[in-house]
Design a protein around this ligand. Structure first.
Ligand SMILES: *Cc1c(COP(=O)(O)O)cnc(C)c1O
Length: 421
């Protein structure tokens, strides 16, 4: 039996309707921006394996750091203990996060990072004795697949069967420069009806919604309104963090800084899973008390795993390097040229870009998980490019180490899609 057959016997894949898509493609190795299958065919990983492997797969520098750490200290309970990689990572992160971030809690992945953000917002008000049990979120946001994270997400394909069990959430549309007054009014009237504890948002780019983008200035007025009403602002930077928007964090583009930030994905450079939730001193202080019950009693067994911390430290060092910073600018300008080329294309409805994130919307009606989307995916794979369209949106979020030739292959696969479909 080959790998695909053996896989089918026991494995239940994420985001997969197995009756429609029974086969999963084996990948046997990866290096830089490339993936290799069993037959030695190579693919440009144009979505960085869900936005994680931004410094390239099997990066020697990162592997060496992880390996060194592995030989010294593998795992230790993080309640009652600490270690050098965790402390060093906290210092390195604080140096690049917005200045108002002061404390951080380690966790395991993007969903746990947002779950903790949500719990911080809810318990902050509980501890203060203010009765606030409702959250505010954007329509079509995505914050993860655990129950709290799902509650604040707005994609019904993911959430349909669970809606009866959700935390109470009020939703607002993405600000577009025209609906601002209506949004601010909606926030006020929601808040008057049932006091809002927190507002969770993906700053500037909504990933899973189809790389939907919106302006910093429009977000600012929403954030200002939240601050005015004492609503804790939670920036979900799980996707946008670590250079993708052209600065370290998307929140760097926005003058109003969040109270809480959620990090994962590129945090550990695609090597091992980890999440981190950071917050201001003010949030932390609301939990700091003689009363044990006011603490945030939340733990994940692998919190601050030393190997994950060492990996994250190495990732931040790469992000800060001149080489990666100049690669980011390069990729930005390649995408700008590609956008120009597509401007007049009859099958391109529009393109958008923020940093190294590039998206184009096809002028074709398409279901999010429909057949056409799958055919486009297959067509790109045949061309040696891994792209996963979200509905009618094809997006590129390739590793920072993608070469000009490799990116050209990605563009060529997209041109072919535009010719054929
Ligand atoms: C992927 C993602 C998550 C969830 O992260 P997981 O590690 O898959 O649980 C949360 N928020 C955003 C913005 C994401 O892109």
């Amino acid at each position: 039996m080959n790998l695909t057959e053996r896989d089918k016997k026991h494995i239940w894949h994420p985001l997969t309707q197995h009756k429609l898509h029974p086969e999963s493609k084996p990948i046997v190795k990866a290096k830089g921006a490339l993936l290799y299958d069993e037959d030695g065919k190579e693919y440009v990983d144009a979505i960085s394996s869900w936005y994680t492997a931004m410094y390239g797969h099997c990066n020697d520098f990162i592997i060496e750091r992880a390996h060194k750490q592995m030989l010294r200290l593998d795992q230790i309970i993080f309640s009652g203990f600490t270690h050098e990689p965790a402390v060093e990572l906290s210092e390195k992160l604080m140096a690049i996060l917005p200045d108002n971030q002061q404390k951080l809690m380690f966790n395991d992945n993007g969903s746990t990072a947002t779950e903790i953000g949500i719990k911080m917002a809810l318990q902050f008000h509980h501890n203060k004795g203010t009765n606030r049990k409702t959250l505010l979120a954007f329509e079509e946001g995505f914050h993860g697949d655990t129950l709290g994270a799902m509650s604040v997400s707005g994609l019904s394909v993911y959430n349909g069967p669970f809606e009866d069990y959700f935390i109470d959430v009020k939703r607002i549309p993405l600000p577009n420069g025209e609906n601002e007054t209506a949004i601010l009014k909606a926030i006020e009237s929601f808040h008057a009806e049932t006091p809002l504890a927190g507002f969770i948002y993906e700053p500037l780019v909504q990933g899973a919604a189809g790389m939907k983008m919106y302006q910093a200035e429009h977000l600012e007025s929403v954030l200002r309104k939240c601050k005015e009403l004492g609503i804790i602002t939670v920036a979900d930077e799980v996707m946008t963090g670590f250079g993708k928007t052209g600065s370290y964090f998307a929140s760097d583009h926005i003058t109003v800084k969040p109270d809480v930030m959620c990090l994962s994905k590129a945090l550990t450079a695609g090597l091992v899973p980890m999440g981190i939730t950071t917050c201001t001193q003010e949030i932390y202080d609301a939990f700091y008390d003689d009363d044990i019950g006011k603490g945030l009693f939340h733990a994940h067994t692998y919190s601050a795993n030393p190997i994950a911390c060492a990996t994250a430290i190495a990732g931040i060092e790469l992000l800060q390097s001149e080489e990666i910073q100049s690669n980011i600018k390069q990729i930005e300008s390649w995408h700008q040229q590609f956008a120009k080329e597509l401007e007049q294309h009859p099958k391109v409805h529009l393109t958008r870009q923020q940093g190294v994130i590039f998206a184009l919307e096809l002028a074709i009606e398409m279901e999010r998980y429909g057949n056409l989307r799958y055919q486009i995916y297959e067509s790109c794979m045949a061309e040696g490019v891994c792209l996963r369209p979200l509905g009618a949106t094809i997006y590129i979020l390739a590793p920072y180490v993608t070469t000009r030739d490799q990116m050209e292959r990605v563009y060529a696969a997209i041109r072919k899609v535009l010719d054929v479909f």
